[in-house]
Design a protein around this ligand. Sequence first.
Ligand SMILES: Cc1ncc(COP(=O)(O)O)c(C=O)c1O
Length: 407
Amino acid sequence: MTVGTTVADVYDLEGLRAQFPALSGGLAFFDGPGGSQTPSVVAERISEVMLAGLSNRDRGTPTGRRADDIVGLAREAMGDLLGADAGTVVFGRSMTALTYDLARTLARQWTPGEEVVVTSLDHDANVRPWVQAARASGCAVRWAHFDPASGELPPQAVTEAITGRTRVVALTAASNVLGTRPELAQVIGAAREVGALVVIDAVHLAPHAPVDLAGWDADVVLCSPYKFFGPHLGVLAGRAPLLESLRPDKLLPAPDRVPERFELGTLPYELLAGTLAAVELIAGLDPGGAGTRRQRLLASYRELEDHEQTLLRRLEAGLDTIDGLVRYSRAAHRTPTSYFALAHRASAEVSAVCARAGINAPAGHFYALEASRRLGLGDTGAVRAGMAPYTTEAEVDRLLEAVAQAA
Ligand SMILES: Cc1ncc(COP(=O)(O)O)c(C=O)c1O
């Protein structure tokens, strides 16, 4: 698609929007990076599963088989979405909870003097669990910093922090405030050379572009389905030999096989069914998509990226004409997420003006606390406006009008 093509040419935007009851109320949702709206099919699948008769997983009863089948199908769907083997897909309460569990489990193997690498670009969920696990094990933390002027995190900033003592490199695939998508290959290569593990936070990337555990040659990726039409839970996928080698805390009678070894308590079957529905919806976004579900997902992401990047260019071209507006999201390769502030108006007030116009574009650090501080925004942050698959040009223009009014 060429620049300037209207978004309506990309895919059936109106057809897609019709599947989201929340969109009929007239609100413009630019708060997708905090969580997307829910299509009917996801909510219906959750409700159906809960009402159709459901037991704990087993193969002996129809309702037990239903639960067991849902788990298998949801793992396959998430494996396709993450470029991972279905047998290595772990479900948990949230990305944060999964990362804490992983960090504590890995830290048992660390010895004082070893190191972990974290970045100031990351959401705190891929920072604090590592910092705290390192502290508890007598390990050092080495920071890789992004450039606040460009919003870039050059690979060297991370590779320079990697040493022969590095055990884990925790890196985001996309910043949830700046949208910056660091180049992963060089970092992963450098970590491999010293035998360090690479844990990629793909929470903000997954709604916008393909995640590829195997293709990236990463050790672990994490995401959260509620950012891409699904329910509130977290998902981890990892390299099979790594997961096989780990011994997380678990109940004695709970299964010891991977991935169940990492899943505490009974899985939320209904949410897994909702996750499966969300992945299927994304896989169908490109009506011309064919082949395996992974291939259809990749085709859909191509359409999605065209749609969302077109909107981003429109938004940012407009934002850049507003007097006194500072736009922090500037990296060359980034998701359709814009982060900005006005020189003479508090970001919370800008968001309030938007809210009065029926536009959700909240202000804050969104838990990317280190990034906000490094940008000079302290713990207050700035306004974030994220595109979603259902965002329209008209909504972008409404947002621009509201921000101009606030200015
Ligand atoms: C980039 C990023 N990482 C991690 C998280 C935490 O995800 P969860 O809410 O599933 O713990 C978020 C949530 O906003 C996020 O945007």
